[in-house]
Design a protein around this ligand. Sequence first.
Ligand code: HEC
Ligand code: HEC
Length: 76
Amino acid sequence: MNKTQRILLIALALVGTALLALMLRNPQPPVLPADADHRWIHSEACLECHGVGRPQARPDDHPIGNDCLRCHGLSK
Ligand code: HEC
Ligand code: HEC
């Protein structure tokens, strides 16, 4: 193994270590607890008023999707 090859190998090892470190510390958002405190934010709760045949039913041309919060943000 000549000098250039050795330097390349060391560089490769450093990149690999850095990638591994980033992968291991990648935080994932925790899911909401399924308790009474968080019930209001569940999309099923929205459908109690906005579901088909409900008082605030969404119009027929509403975009497809029942995961409301993907599109509708919470007002601050
Ligand atoms: C208790 C009944 C009820 C529930 C539960 C409810 N809504 Fe509503 N929603 C209403 C009513 C009534 C209106 C229309 C009057 C108003 O704007 O407050 C409305 C209006 C809206 C609008 C239209 C606002 C606008 O500016 O035109 C959106 C979007 C909406 N709701 C989304 C949601 C989402 C998402 C959820 C669940 C997190 C939800 N709603 C839960 C009753 C409800
Ligand atoms: C794919 C994105 C998306 C998802 C998912 C979504 N919406 Fe909407 N919603 C929209 C858009 C865009 C509009 C505005 C449509 C328009 O003005 O024509 C809208 C409009 C509304 C309105 C107002 C309707 C009106 O009469 O003007 C209500 C209420 C509403 N959405 C409720 C909900 C509820 C409840 C859910 C979940 C069960 C939901 N949406 C899921 C995109 C979405």
